[in-house]
Design a protein around this ligand. Structure first.
Ligand SMILES: [Zn+2]
Length: 173
């Protein structure tokens, strides 16, 4: 495979993942809006360009795609080709995300992170899963908690190593 083909393939994969994440974000947004929450979108003036900002609740919401943000769940694995390039890229994303969260917290924001795997589970109705997440998000918004991840992976869980878990190609069939 030449580098050009590789690049084209990669860029196609990237745009597919991005489009999907946007859709997920809209589904979360719709549900929060229906519950009466109002927000500002894609705040470029804040660390990490948060997907949603709710000043009234001093809360930032990120809707994270598990692949891009390298969650460590069943949806996040390193692609089969150019592994070291991907590994570095994804680990940089993780580092940037965690820096953004710290900066936001230092600025007084509460942070809610909604992960894609929370509603992309086998044998789970997607709409129902999203409804449940929206209820949990509302609970967080009305609370005084500083940080919540939905779902939260156990601390001891290791991020998937190359070659483990599903490969990127399988995932996108
Ligand atoms: Zn995940």
């Amino acid at each position: 495979m030449t580098d050009t083909v590789d690049r084209q393939t990669r860029s196609k994969m990237m745009s597919a993942v991005r489009a999907k994440n946007t859709k997920l974000e809209i589904e979360i947004r719709r549900r929060l809006f229906a519950q009466g929450f109002r927000y500002r979108l894609h705040a470029r003036d804040l660390p990490g360009t948060p997907d949603m900002v709710l000043p009234k609740y001093a809360t930032i919401i990120f809707v994270h795609g598990c692949f891009w943000h390298y969650h460590g769940c069943h949806l996040s694995s390193i692609p089969g080709t150019r592994r070291s390039w991907w590994k570095k890229k994804l680990e940089d994303n993780v580092k940037r995300d965690s820096e953004a969260v710290s900066e936001l917290q230092n600025l007084g924001w509460r942070v809610l992170i909604i992960w894609e795997c929370g509603f992309r589970k086998p044998k789970t109705n997607r709409a129902e899963a999203l409804d449940i997440i929206a209820v949990r998000a509302a609970g967080f918004l009305k609370s005084k908690r500083r940080l919540l991840e939905i779902p939260r992976l156990s601390r001891s869980r290791k991020r998937l190593e190359p070659g483990k878990g599903r490969s990127y190609d399988e995932k996108n069939k």
